[in-house]
Design a protein around this ligand. Sequence first.
Ligand code: AHG
Ligand code: MN
Ligand code: MN
Length: 336
Amino acid sequence: MTPSVNLTRYLVEKERGQGAITAQLRLLIEVVARACKRISLAVNKGALGDVLGAAGSDNVQGEAQKKLDLIANDVLLEANEWGGHLAAMASEEMDTVFPVSERYPRGEYLLLFDPLDGSSNIDVDVTIGTIFSVLQLPENAGEVREEHFLQAGARQVAAGYCVYGPQTQLVLTVGQGVAVFTLDREQGSFVLTQNNVQIPPSTSEFSINMSNLRHWAPPVKRYIDECLQGKDGPRGRDFNMRWVGSMVADVHRILMRGGVFLYPWDQREPNKPGKLRLLYEANPMSFLVEQAGGAATNGKQRILDITPTSLHERCSVILGSREEVELLQRYHAESA
Ligand code: AHG
Ligand code: MN
Ligand code: MN
């Protein structure tokens, strides 16, 4: 029986072989994966552990924090601060950047994360996840400031997520395709179960929160309406719809079987470009989707080309099977 490849061996071969990653980045990814294992244990405790319900505080986004949001955030901070691979961290759950303490050596990477994505699903036992993104600290940065994090998504050196579903899976890219690792709880390691993920270019499955229909911009309304017309409409085929409410779960489904995910701008809060956060939701997911042959746009431009202006800025997200994303881009261009 061929020996299974676990995350450590996969990363060592990436470091040794193609020189895709440095030893520091290998350590960073292993530490994040270990933190995700610990988060998975907390998630799986449910009502048996003190992990459900509200934390009684709000985050910088103005959202009520769940206990697991804070637990996951603390696990990631504690796991990553001593290794010497990071200069600083940023999180959906923290107002500003978190420099590594002087008592530890400072590394060359910046880690950004949404520690617990899909928080509205925690208390109802629906799939949730952790999203992470890795940037390099600019040369001669001196003291780490928020501006060092404001790099376009195309500059990510690694990105991934851990999905806490029926299985716990780590999905990762270091810029050479997308790999999937399934947690083997008996040996406590992530085992490579899929390499070089490819998103089918076409799909008949869209993913959007339909309750916002009346608030969407015309190109999105046009696209969804045509899907709903099915085989008698302009698309000539019936479409299916899926909306989990955890970006990690919806994006994972799309990486596994195709589809198009939309959380577009809508007129509920017209001064916000969208609900999802650019730096630690849209960018890592867009990197993964592009590495798997898909596409990711805000309707007007490639998400990975957006230059951020603030740490928690939001953006409109349309990503997944290339043909559908390109059709939506065309509809946006025609409506401009
Ligand atoms: P988070 O729980 O980290 O705030 O993210 C939730 C996001 C994303 O995971 C999901 O796609 C979206 O919110 C769901 O939004 P709606 O509840 O408005 O559908
Ligand atoms: Mn999220
Ligand atoms: Mn979150």
